[in-house]
Ligand binder design. Structure first.
Ligand SMILES: [Zn+2]
Length: 147
């Protein structure tokens, strides 16, 4: 492994659009493996938060060694919500669900949930409020028409 290999990429440097919990190196590496649609979605959220509120998106959890979780298949990501006010969090939910459509059709209709709002819901693996983002297994993600 040479020195060149360790050259950080712009998006991962301090001041980039995306931040990682505790500046975790493993999370940064995992981000490279994420489904590309999810990477784009996270960049979009980062852009939205920075533009609207001068805040950053912080990734808290990516790969999970659990075959029942979409995190295992690089199609799930968790982002921090504790640094957002309720109104800011609501704006993120509205932004994501207003622009991105989960690809898989259910009964012929698109499902609008690239983002699960887990700010308040306590689950088995609950580690504090977060947004869970995921993309579908078919490789599709649509973007709503902006009018
Ligand atoms: Zn999750």
């Amino acid at each position: 492994m040479g020195v060149e290999h360790e050259k950080p990429r712009q998006s991962h440097q301090e001041g980039g659009m995306i931040r990682f919990k505790k500046n975790s190196t493993s999370l940064k590496e995992e981000f490279e493996h994420l489904d590309i649609r999810l990477q784009i979605l996270i960049y979009a959220i980062g852009g939205f938060l920075y533009h609207r509120f001068n805040k950053f998106v912080t990734i808290t959890d990516l790969f999970r060694d659990d075959i029942k979780s979409v995190h295992h298949y690089w199609r799930g990501a968790d982002v921090r919500t504790s640094d957002l006010t309720e109104e800011e969090g609501d704006a993120v939910v509205e932004f994501v669900n207003g622009h991105f459509i989960y690809g898989t059709l259910v009964d012929g209709k698109p499902v609008k949930f690239c983002l699960f709002d887990e700010r308040k819901r306590k689950s088995q693996n609950w580690t504090g409020g977060h947004f869970h983002l995921q993309v579908d297994p078919s490789g599709v993600m649509e973007i709503r028409k902006v009018i």
